[in-house]
Design a protein around this ligand. Structure first.
Ligand SMILES: Cc1cc2nc3c(=O)[nH]c(=O)nc-3n(C[C@H](O)[C@H](O)[C@H](O)COP(=O)(O)OP(=O)(O)OC[C@H]3O[C@@H](n4cnc5c(N)ncnc54)[C@H](O)[C@@H]3O)c2cc1C
Length: 426
């Protein structure tokens, strides 16, 4: 129920906006006709509501994971609400223009800068947003550059606030609607401010020192010893980490092992510009992490039998789960399939064999696609047996997760019993 709260809150907020808009229209005592103008005004208010949620969802306030069910879901909804709000806000000036057609001269102020400041704020906000969206959708920027441009959305928000607060509209005339919209704008600004300036100081921060470092093929296995307050993660959670001397960027990595002494281990696949720099890390280097985040562990904590399917580096969250399971007195069955292209890529194979070797109820299999072809649901059933009444947890490349989920759904597995850990937040 708790995780549905966030979605309910979103629908409820949209309903409040709609209701106050209708009340505003009748507040003058007259009647109103529904035309392009009214539609344009309604879209701008609904767009503002969605924009507030989009900013709230990007804030990383810790309660959001509980309200919406995991940071991956929070980010997915952030993208949906952000995209939808943009579409609605884009239609706002277009419909205003249609309303005054054929007088394009009069309507031009809705689309381009004039000497009317309240309109100009709106135009500035719109073009700023448009630029950010174009950069996101059509130009494949490196993640770090994309993230910086994305943060500039805060400037579009400031222009939008100035537009809403200075233009003569239902918001300026009808006080309940005014207070509600001001509240939404405060939520947006506070969220953006917290994420941009306060999160790094006030967020869930932990300090570590590199204790062990091991290169296994294209994966760096980093053992981190807590050098301050101890982190108590659930198996399979992830952290955002920054190593000293490697800039300000933080990157998410799953916790692959949790020690009783406050130590953790992560496995970093060397992939792009930032992880490539990590080959220069040394034992004794300092790191700062934020987190832990993620709700993948909730399925692990269920009492049901589990089928875990990992693709490549997607094995990391499962290692800490199997580690925990190997120490527990539970009687449920766990099947873990580690899918890689070749045996050389299975850099955690020995760890998993060691964790499961003496425990009958933990069945670990290494699956190499070079020998056995691409993994599919039929092959998985061939390895683990019937899948009814089990939870299927998958972490790997998007294409693999989506394809397996589709196949399991077509075999009658319930949607709620298929759980993903998504390594892609963009
Ligand atoms: C929840 C989660 C858990 C993850 N766990 C692991 C793990 O255990 N081991 C592992 O090797 N990888 C893990 N990843 C992926 C890892 O974060 C990226 O591979 C890494 O950040 C790539 O950085 P890069 O600059 O070297 O590569 P790039 O080539 O610059 O980026 C490759 C992709 O990684 C993602 N990415 C890059 N930078 C960031 C960032 N700062 N924040 C979020 N995403 C980013 C983007 O999707 C990008 O397209 C995880 C990702 C997520 C979201």
């Amino acid at each position: 129920m708790k995780r549905k709260f966030g979605n309910l809150l979103l629908w409820f907020s949209l309903a409040i906006t709609l209701s106050l808009f209708v009340l505003a229209k009748f507040s003058g005592g007259g009647s109103f006709s529904f035309g392009w103008l009214t539609l344009s005004q309604l879209l701008s208010l609904l767009g503002t509501t969605l924009l507030a949620f989009s900013f709230l969802l990007s804030s990383r306030f810790s309660f959001l994971e509980d309200w919406f069910g995991g940071l991956d879901k929070v980010y997915r909804l952030h993208h949906i609400t952000g995209g939808l709000s943009f579409v609605l806000l884009l239609h706002h000036p277009l419909f205003l223009l249609i309303d005054v057609l054929p007088d394009i001269g009069f309507g031009w102020k809705y689309l381009w800068f004039s000497n009317l400041l309240p309109y100009d704020w709106g135009v500035a906000s719109l073009y700023f947003m448009l630029l950010m969206i174009l950069l996101t959708l059509f130009i494949r920027l490196p993640y770090s550059v994309w993230k910086k441009t994305h943060e500039l959305m805060g400037i579009a928000l400031i222009f939008a606030v100035l537009h809403i607060l200075t233009i003569s509209s239902d918001v300026s005339r009808y006080m309940p609607l005014r207070y509600w919209i001001i509240f939404l704008l405060i939520v947006s600004i506070a969220s953006a401010f917290y994420r941009r300036f306060l999160y790094r100081i006030l967020g869930p921060k932990f300090l570590f020192t590199i204790k062990t470092l091991e290169r296994r093929g294209d994966v760096l296995v980093v053992g981190l010893q807590s050098s301050g307050r101890q982190m108590n993660p659930w198996p399979g959670q992830f952290i955002f980490i920054r190593f000293d001397g490697m800039g300000n960027e933080t990157h998410p990595f799953s916790i692959a092992s949790i020690g009783l002494d406050g130590s953790i281990r992560i496995g970093i696949k060397i992939l792009g510009d930032h992880t490539l720099q990590m080959v220069n890390l040394k034992v004794g280097d300092k790191a700062t992490s934020w987190g832990p985040y993620g709700k993948f562990w909730e399925s692990y904590m269920s009492k049901k039998d589990l089928i875990m399917i990992a693709g490549g580096i997607g094995i990391t969250p499962f290692i800490s789960m199997v580690e925990k399971e190997s120490q527990s007195a539970s009687s449920r069955k766990i099947d873990l399939i580690y899918c890689v292209k070749t045996e050389d890529e299975a850099v955690f194979d020995l760890d998993l064999k060691a964790l499961s070797v003496n425990i009958d109820r933990i069945n670990y299999s290494l699956y190499t696609s070079e020998k056995l072809g691409h993994i599919d649901a039929e092959k998985i059933i061939g390895i683990v047996g019937p899948v009814e009444n089990k939870k299927i947890m998958i972490c790997g490349p998007d294409i693999m997760m989506n394809s397996l989920a589709e196949q399991f759904l077509s075999l009658g597995v319930k949607n709620k019993d298929i759980i993903f850990e998504d390594f892609n937040f963009k």
